[in-house]
Design a protein around this ligand. Structure first.
Ligand SMILES: Nc1ncnc2c1ncn2[C@@H]1O[C@H](COP(=O)(O)OP(=O)(O)OP(=O)(O)O)[C@@H](O)[C@H]1O
Ligand SMILES: [Mg+2]
Length: 346
């Protein structure tokens, strides 16, 4: 496993695949589409900007960054964040592998990767020591993006792993033996702290915790952080929480900003300045086997994941990300239900 900055240059067509450039930014389907200086017109403009932005390219890490996307709380946006950040990093010019470590296989589905029971999968890697290269598939429509899919077999792996040699470090070994050059590996964890998540924590150096901006957001996080400490102490000294991402941020609610404040006062520097707004487009994309980046590149969801990816890439090379220099994000009117987006970027 190595990073090779010369492998993937800036892409000529950064967002291949179907585009819905004129689909309004999460605008209700019932709303008749207005013209020109309207949310829809602005969304079209933003789509174009987003494409230009993606083509810019970003500094690439010297070594492959292995990021574990974990939170044992269910439904906080782990999978959504994994696939959309991975696609954003790939569109920014990186080579990115998504490892689907959840038996639900949601990341595989969202990336349009076949993962029925017979498909070679991460289960074969973990339990039968199959090389990772035998299961990795290219993601359709996004150059530089790859996926190691999960099948339903993985549901039994937690138990099967117990009796295997080096049960906690099987993923780490598989990744170390993987020869392909990569800039990022993003591991989508299941909502639990079992052996699958432990394998991810042993394999990675960075933990990325998505936190949903809602009541009880921080509940259970202590347990995750204790697990990170335990793994760091016994199995993986380089492990640390590098990134916290606020998801499903709804700026119309006071609760969301209260949660955001609390998370920022708790974690400080690890929290990305970019937060991800609640967005219908983000939740629709997986049912088309797509990320929001290809499904609706001009939507607030796509733009915020692109921006979050930019922030992560800059942090990785120690460039200070300053919100002042952040790409302008869309301005929505007071009456626009998507004002959350603007408020979400703090
Ligand atoms: N920013 C967002 N706006 C709107 N919906 C979202 C957003 N992020 C995630 N969702 C939706 O919330 C639900 C949960 O998201 P997701 O599957 O990513 O969470 P998860 O943490 O991976 O869940 P699990 O713990 O089951 O693996 C999904 O239906 C997803 O489409
Ligand atoms: Mg998930």
């Amino acid at each position: 496993m190595r990073s090779d900055a010369n492998i993937a240059g800036p892409m000529t067509d950064p967002v291949p695949g179907p585009r819905t450039e004129l689909s309004g930014e999460d605008v209700s389907r019932e709303t008749p589409p207005p013209m020109d200086d309207t949310p829809i017109g602005r969304a079209a403009q933003l789509a174009v900007e987003a494409l230009g932005r993606a083509g810019e390219g970003l500094p690439r890490p010297e070594q492959t960054r292995v990021m574990v996307v974990a939170n044992q709380k269910g439904g906080v946006g782990k999978t959504t964040t994994t696939v959309n950040l991975a696609a954003s990093l790939a569109l920014h010019g990186g080579r990115v592998l998504v490892v689907d470590l959840d038996p639900q296989g949601n990341a595989s589905t969202a990336l349009g990767i076949d993962h029925h029971a017979e498909v070679p999968s991460i289960y074969d890697v973990l339990v039968d020591s199959k090389p990772l290269s035998d299961v990795v598939q290219p993601v359709p429509d996004v150059e530089g993006l790859f996926c190691a899919p999960a099948t339903i077999d993985l549901a039994g792996a937690e138990i099967e792993l117990v009796s295997l040699v080096a049960r906690e470090s099987r993923l780490e070994r598989a990744i170390e033996a993987y020869e392909q050059p990569l800039d990022y590996i993003l591991i989508d964890c299941p909502p639990s702290l079992g052996l699958l998540t432990v394998n991810a924590l042993v394999a990675g150096a960075e933990v990325l915790i998505p936190i949903q901006c809602e009541y009880y957001a921080l509940e259970g996080l202590g347990q995750l952080l204790r697990n990170v400490d335990l793994v760091r102490g016994h199995l993986n000294p380089k492990l640390h929480v590098s990134t916290i991402l606020l998801t499903m941020y709804d700026g119309r609610t006071r609760l969301a900003s209260q949660v955001a404040d609390e998370v920022r006062s708790h974690f400080g520097g690890e929290v990305l300045r970019t937060s991800i707004p609640r967005s219908v487009r983000i939740s629709e994309a997986p049912s088309y086997g797509q990320t929001v980046l290809t499904y609706d590149p001009g939507s607030s969801g796509a733009l915020s994941y692109l921006e979050a990816a930019r922030e992560i890439a800059l942090r990785g090379v120690n460039v200070n990300y300053d919100a002042q220099h952040a790409h302008a994000l869309p301005e929505f009117s007071q009456h626009d239900q998507h004002s959350s987006m603007q408020e979400g970027i703090q």
